[in-house]
Design a protein around this ligand. Structure first.
Ligand code: IPD
Ligand code: CA
Ligand code: CA
Length: 262
């Protein structure tokens, strides 16, 4: 059983970690960066790595026994029921080009369930957060998904993988299908922000293939706590460890699934 005071300490650690790394990332925007390539277009900078160190150092200091799954370093695996899931900079390509849409994403899994999530957009100072069964917030104000009921009136978002793989080509087809049926689509370049924008009603829906747990763990909880729905492309239960991510305001889920089933 997690007491309120333990939850508070966990949540405060996530908040402080996100704020410290967000401040650091903001200071490094539009500075000279050393870029390494993980793939054709998949880049990583010392800012990604340092941001991750800021976050993981703080977690290790407060909770040395917890597991950690973070994008840029080897996972810390042990018997702990707690696992921190971290994307230290979601939207690296945007960051490298000075396009100010990127975020820090920190989630906490307990007993195989995500129980808290924090996503910070340091350029707009928007801090999205959720604790399981306690609602979702942006800068301490409750947020809720939009009430638009039809796909034809919906504003959607998606993302594409770095590699020109089967998911890329499938998503090009889906992009076309959704474009024909919705009001418009954005490709923001940060899955964590995409999910938070569904949660606060800026988008009605977001879909993407082939994301990693750190891209979606915090954002998915923020969506469901804001009254939205997460699933795979067949409408089955969502898992951060699977390859299909559909987030909606719940009202347009059925119509989006009809397109995704094709
Ligand atoms: C990426 C972003 C992007 C999504 C990619 C992710 P990164 O994360 O979330 O929106 O389309 O699939 O890999 O590499 O910037 O942390
Ligand atoms: Ca990411
Ligand atoms: Ca990242």
């Amino acid at each position: 059983m997690l007491t309120d005071s333990i939850k508070e300490k966990l949540f405060n650690t996530a908040l402080i970690a996100a704020q410290s790394s967000g401040k650091y990332i903001h200071e490094k925007l539009n500075t000279t960066l050393k870029i390494d390539y993980k793939g054709r277009a998949n880049m990583v900078t010392q800012v990604d790595r340092n941001s991750e160190k800021i976050i993981t150092d703080l977690i290790k200091e407060n909770f040395p026994e917890h597991q950690i799954l973070a994008e840029e370093t080897t996972p810390v695996n042990n018997e702990s029921l707690f696992k921190w899931i971290i994307d230290p900079l979601d939207g690296t390509t945007n960051f490298i080009h000075g396009f100010p849409y990127f975020a820090v994403s920190i989630a906490l899994e307990y007993n195989d369930e995500i129980i808290m999530g924090v996503v910070l957009d340091p350029e707009r100072n928007e801090l999205f957060s959720a604790i399981k069964e306690r609602g979702a917030y942006m800068n301490k104000k409750p947020i809720h998904v939009s009430s638009i009921k039809n796909l034809s009136a919906s504003f959607l978002s998606t993302g594409f993988p770095y590699e020109l793989n089967e998911y890329f080509y499938k998503n090009i087809e889906l992009f076309r299908a959704f474009f024909e049926k919705s009001q418009d689509i954005r490709r923001v370049g940060s899955a964590a922000i995409d999910l938070c924008y569904v949660a606060c009603g800026r988008f009605e829906g977001f879909w993407e293939f082939d994301l990693n747990p750190w891209d979606v763990a915090a954002g998915a909880l923020i969506v469901t706590e804001a009254g939205g729905k997460m699933s795979d492309f067949s409408g089955r239960d969502f898992s951060i460890y699977e390859k299909q991510v559909l987030a909606t305001n719940s009202l347009i889920e059925k119509e989006m699934l009809e397109v995704l089933f094709i």
